[in-house]
Design a protein around this ligand. Structure first.
Ligand code: PLP
Length: 365
């Protein structure tokens, strides 16, 4: 990409390149489309067969689900936006992990309610702080969490901690949004990483998912699973936005879902190779950088040991776009951190690390 006419190496996004499988299913999508052309093509809640397939998936994982408890969205970003828009606003309080996913922070801030960060640790949300914040928020509160695999840190919250978090939410009557967008990108297991599915009260739980991480961000298919009544409210908001997702994308999703296990294996092998490479480059070129070893995902949450906002500013002057920590915080904290994607080719990574090494400020270290 270009910035002021100069080439920029963009390290600001963790989005992975698309899977070959997306192109492979397209001829069959063309065939299946024929059956849909006699209809209007508008499905605000999602294509019935895709809702059915996703509901069957949840049921198979131990959370009995009907198609009317699923709404298909344009990626999980729209899923979170619909939740923020339909369920929060002036007078509500949304608790988020700090740091958290940028797009969610923007959606909740945009809805106009109060957004409060709760410290996130290498084993999950600080439960003592969560308990206090939940008590203050009360039953009008909402908790947005990523217990399966957390963006940007790559932390998987272990089962006892997830159970306790669910108990705190239940005690205070919080509505819980469990964003499992990253759950398919586990590095050390073949199944998706588990979230709050069978731990939280299903009547107060919204589970968010997407095909973006596994297959491609260009397939704009995500979803929310939740109680019928809340799903109905999300569908009403969705209707006013764009009347529904493209039928072709949803048919592609239907064909891709059965190939999820194979694609997870491919992503896992790729990301593990990339991580080994990234680790080696960083240890050699930027030995002062520290990070929590991730359970998965496509990036590292790095403590640079200096002002990473200033570093990112200098980096941009040298053609590198990085996202510093405050972008991931409702309170603009984490000034020392950057999120570094691990999927770039070795040569890019080495160039980036070497450039950054010349820009680090030894006075701040
Ligand atoms: C936690 C989380 N939620 C939602 C999204 C949005 O993804 P998409 O809209 O492509 O499904 C992302 C993408 O980075 C994410 O990490």
């Amino acid at each position: 990409s270009f910035d002021d006419g100069r080439p920029v190496t963009d390290l600001s996004s963790g989005a992975l390149p698309g899977s070959e499988l997306v192109a492979e299913v397209m001829p069959e999508v063309g065939q299946l489309l024929r059956r849909h052309l006699p209809d209007s093509g508008y499905h605000p809640a999602g294509l019935p067969e895709l809702r059915q397939a996703l509901a069957a998936g949840f049921t198979g994982r131990g959370l009995p689900t009907g198609p009317d408890e699923i709404v298909i969205t344009a990626g999980s970003q729209q899923a979170v936006w619909l939740i923020a828009t339909a369920l929060t606003g002036p007078g509500t309080r949304t608790l988020v992990e700090d740091p958290s996913y940028r797009g969610a922070l923007e959606a909740f801030a945009g809805a106009g309610g109060r957004v409060q960060g709760v410290r996130f640790t290498p084993t999950g949300t600080d439960l003592g702080l969560l308990d206090g914040a939940a008590a203050a928020a009360g039953a009008a509160g909402l908790l947005y969490a990523q217990t399966a695999l957390h963006n940007p840190t790559g932390v998987h919250t272990p089962a006892p901690h997830r159970r306790e978090l669910a108990a705190i939410a239940a005690r205070h009557g919080l509505l819980v949004v469990d964003d499992q967008s990253q759950a398919d990108l586990a590095w050390h297991r073949s199944e998706p990483l588990p979230g709050l599915d069978r731990l939280a009260d299903p009547a107060r739980l919204l589970t968010v998912g997407t095909l973006s991480k596994l297959f491609w961000g260009g397939i704009r298919v995500g979803w929310v699973r939740g109680p019928r009544e809340i799903v109905g409210r999300l569908v009403e908001v969705r209707r006013a936005v764009d009347l529904g997702s493209p039928v072709a994308d949803q048919l592609a999703a239907l064909l891709l879902l059965p190939r999820a296990a194979a694609q997870r294996a491919e992503r896992r092998a790729f990301l593990l190779r990339q991580y080994a490479d990234t680790e080696q480059v960083l240890r050699e070129v930027l030995p002062g950088w520290r990070w929590w070893p991730p359970a998965g995902g496509s990036g590292l949450w790095i403590d640079t040991g200096e002002d990473a906002v200033a570093l990112s500013g200098r980096a941009l002057e040298h053609g590198l776009r990085l996202t510093p920590g405050p972008a991931f915080s409702p309170h603009h904290s984490h000034r020392g951190h950057v999120r570094l994607p691990v999927w770039h080719p070795h040569s890019t990574l080495l160039d980036v690390a070497r450039t950054l090494a010349t820009l680090t400020d030894p006075r701040e270290a």
